[in-house]
Design a protein around this ligand. Sequence first.
Ligand code: FE2
Length: 366
Amino acid sequence: MTSLAVDNTSMLSSRADAPIRVLVVDDEDTIRLVLAKYLRTRGFEVVTAESGDAALETLAGARFDLMLCDVRMPGLSGVEIVPSALETDPDLGIVMLSAVNDAPTATEAMSQGVLDYLTKPIELQHLYDAVQRALHKRTLLREQRRVERAIRDEVADRTRELEQEKSHLRDLTVTVVETLVTAMEARDVFHRGRSARVAELAASIAEYMGLAPEVVEDVRLAGRLHDVGNIGIRDDVLSKPAALNAEEYAHVRDHVRLGVEILSPLRHIERAVVFMGDHHERWDGTGYPHARSGESISIGGRILAAADAFVAMTSSRPYREPRTQEEAVEELRRQSGTLLDPRVYEALRVVVKRRQSLVFIDAIHG
Ligand SMILES: [Fe+2]
């Protein structure tokens, strides 16, 4: 038998100055009375209950440190009340009192959170030792739960802080990138405001395709910065009022590589940079810079390709008049399945049509 020294501090409940409260549950009057009387002489505050139902009722109305509970009782058995008792008070220590032939049941109850069990007839000293052990175990478990809770709270706090920090960094980056794009577009009258139109159309397409909100936002951002690499392209080529020769075309193509190079240190907008890097890839693999095809092109890249083409066709260029939206959609329909992802084309067609009807409604009500 393990002999535990009687330690006065361990006789105290979690309320430092209050005595330990024990609920004794047994349908046999004699056992109830003997146990209660004995435990009171050892300094415990004891309440008794004669059934499982009565025990649950008592637990609902008052807090206890420990419950000594008979296994076999009429009505709810001791084992049956364990889950409800622990739900009422997860810190309640429970020790089962079982007849010899109920021992397997009592053992099983240990897996439900019971701290110990005693086999009747119970020797009072054994009872006292078991109570002390159970209280000690309960203290350790409570402490363990407290530490786990504290760690969980700490992790949740840190995660929240990190998320806020990440979102703040992203906002800051977006502002800087927008400034860069605005500055870049300011020197080129034909590209001014174009990235904003690509961003808005690309985000609408992404939304229509049911992409997650954060992906839609990355598509929008990628639309805004898709041509940021033009900053490294010679002015005379960028604003040439005629078709480009082979050398000039190769130079212009380099804007994708340059853009990725400029923005890749910004790790918190990584996905938007990937989308941007794919905006000149084509569905059939004839694009650049990697000649990727089909779904190996990021979804954002496929959407940007369509939005960029639509905005280019409907914008004024030095050497040609803009096409109407209907003409542009019709032209892109011919590219669907070759240059463009057919699903993206379909989404663009619906989004453009929907926007036209909104403009129409505005015109009526305006
Ligand atoms: Fe581009």
